[in-house]
Design a protein around this ligand. Sequence first.
Ligand code: FAD
Length: 330
Amino acid sequence: MDFSAYRGILIVVEQRAGTAKNVSWQLLGEAQRLAQKLDAPLMALVIGHEVEPLAREAIERGADRVYLCDAKELKDYRTRPYSRVCLHVIEQAKPEIVLMGATYTGRDLAGAIATHLPTGLTADCTQLDVDENRLLLASRPAFSEKMLATILCKQYKPQMATARAGVFMALPRDPSRSGEIVRISPQMNPDEIATEVLDFLREMGRVNLEDAEVIVAGGRGLGGPAPFALLKDLADALGGVVGASRVAVEAGWIDHDHQVGQTGTTVRPKLYIAVGISGAVQHLVGMQHSDVIVAINKDPDAPIFRVANFGIVGDLFEIVPALTKTVIAR
Ligand code: FAD
């Protein structure tokens, strides 16, 4: 097959109720670097209802051209109608690379698209690059996260990958950037769409670490499940969520959804407070790009202090309640 017309990178922006997932902007930031190396356009695709502000935001965050499919029947994500729009845009825009977040939705959508195209899909990447032959070097942890495998799709276009949240950096919004918005019609009639989302029930117990601006994470130093209530109080006072080290998760003190690190979630909050966490490398890779890191540990030599912007040496059972009290009093 001749793929010579394929050029540029397409980011599929994921949104719910008009708010984009941070991973989409992080991918756009990383893709701008790749597009510069390829000397190729950076494109974004926004699908939903009343999502035009997101198309504008995509331009401000690095896209040269945004495909916008705005329709009432596309308000909520469903595989078939969304993948139809993506396939249509891929056919029209002919990107050499298509990227989206490795979220529940991104994994579903990317798989659905890849099965309709003569191409492969590298899922859950933590590094992306391009080589001199315009090949996407999509790297992801393999063999129980002991190795980083770089996977290439040599013969087909577009090259497709999903990438983890928190590993790349979003560009700040630049309102002076200009770009083109191309409107796309939904590729299905409303009566062809077999399912309708009536409502979203609250997801019980699931924590959204990926998009949290503040995370208060606890480790073995907590000594059991009960002290996580102290962390929750502090997280609530700061408008954040609770994270955990793998030791705390494996001990059954808290659910796996809360795990930060190599085999958990990679996070990039504005504030990360590590409580009773030593700072093992597998934990650090998941949180070291947080804007501000505060470590609370009774061991002054704990490695976590090497990445912390602020360190408090002392007993967490005294420090955490005192911090919460101070935050609430402000
Ligand atoms: P510890 O290393 O035991 O540290 C506990 C800390 O608490 C100590 O520094 C201690 O000084 C402090 N402390 C104790 N009592 C108090 C107190 N009262 N007040 C203040 N401080 C106190 N780990 C992850 O977190 N995430 C991962 O995704 C992950 N993936 C892994 C993948 C692989 C393949 C492997 C091999 C390991 C992985 N690990 C991961 C495990 C990692 O190597 C460490 O074992 C783990 O991070 C340590 O957890 P911790 O810091 O809670 O415990």
